[in-house]
Design a protein around this ligand. Structure first.
Ligand code: NAP
Length: 264
């Protein structure tokens, strides 16, 4: 069985790859840093698992499409896709598509990447590593894509909200695929690392957060479940407990804006 893990070079994704290392699974490891991916691949092999690196960049739409095509050419039917790559942007950056960076990496690019995998019927399951902070997100049709509403706190929440909400629509379109959006835990990783005093304070706080390995074991238990959601739906889970969708992810207004952004 194939498992595609995006953001497998560091943090939660790397720990998940090691957690899932097994002769019964082939892991397809995705991230930009080919050197780090190769290190993860060797570590998986040392544990008796099988892995291959599929380096790629989710910060541009063309990069996402190239990655989707590369994966579609390699993945075997019945695969699981774990959308784990993500960023916490600390400043507004506009990429070559004219779009705010986190809006692309956390939302539009994974949507583009997965399209050929869903249309080509390569996937049996799709796990979106979301964030409980999406409840603080606020999406604006005109401002969010270009970061005109950029905030170093809220943009992360908003882009995670967009992908979660869009996944609910995608689940309705592909009822043969089992979808889940989950908050993985509060984990000591590089996410949102920033220079300066604030960065140092966040770094100190992070020492109290759980290790990526604890989170990876949790994800492993969730992945081992036989079923996550009824056909045509995507459920929301906080760590290992299913929860009602946060109000903002359930509201017709947010859902309509996100739908329009996907089609734009
Ligand atoms: N840490 C937490 O407490 C926490 C809480 C809730 C949700 N999450 C979610 O968990 C996921 C993993 O986060 P983490 O904490 O493990 O963060 P991390 O340590 O910063 O790892 C992020 C991963 O994403 C990859 N990535 C970043 N930009 C990319 C790009 N343009 N193209 C391809 N891959 C890219 C990175 O690889 P390269 O740099 O090599 O590309 C890296 O492997 C994220 O979706 C995050 O939102 C984390």
């Amino acid at each position: 069985m194939d498992v595609v893990i995006t953001g497998a070079s560091r943090g939660i994704g790397r720990a998940l790859a090691l957690e899932l290392a097994s002769p019964e699974r082939r892991l397809l490891l995705v991230a930009r840093d080919a050197g780090r991916l190769a290190e993860v691949e060797s570590a998986v092999r040392e544990r008796g698992g099988e892995a291959r690196c599929v380096p790629g960049d989710l910060s541009t739409l063309s990069g996402a499409e190239a990655l989707g095509a590369a994966l579609a050419g390699q993945v075997r039917p019945g695969a699981t896709l774990v959308h784990n790559a993500g960023i916490w942007p600390t400043q507004r950056e506009i990429g070559p598509d004219g779009l705010e960076r986190a809006f692309v990496v956390n939302f539009l690019a994974p949507m583009r990447m997965q399209a050929p995998l869903l249309d080509g019927q390569h996937l049996a399951r799709c796990l979106v590593v979301g964030a409980g902070l999406m409840a603080l997100g606020k999406v604006h049709a005109d401002k969010t894509p270009i970061g005109a509403d950029f905030s170093r706190w809220r943009t992360y929440c908003t882009t995670k909200l967009c992908f979660a909400v869009a996944t609910r629509d995608i689940a309705a379109r592909y009822p043969s695929v089992d979808f889940l959006v989950m908050h993985p835990g509060v984990v000591r990783t590089d996410l949102g690392v920033a220079p300066g005093l604030l960065g140092a304070l966040v770094g100190l706080t992070k020492r109290l957060w759980e290790a990526p390995e604890i989170c990876a074991a949790r994800l492993g238990r969730v992945l081992a479940r036989e079923r996550w959601s009824p056909p045509g739906e995507a459920r929301w889970m906080v760590e290992e407990a299913e929860r009602p969708w946060p109000r903002v992810a359930d509201g017709d207004a947010t859902r309509a804006v996100v739908r329009a952004l996907v089609l734009a």
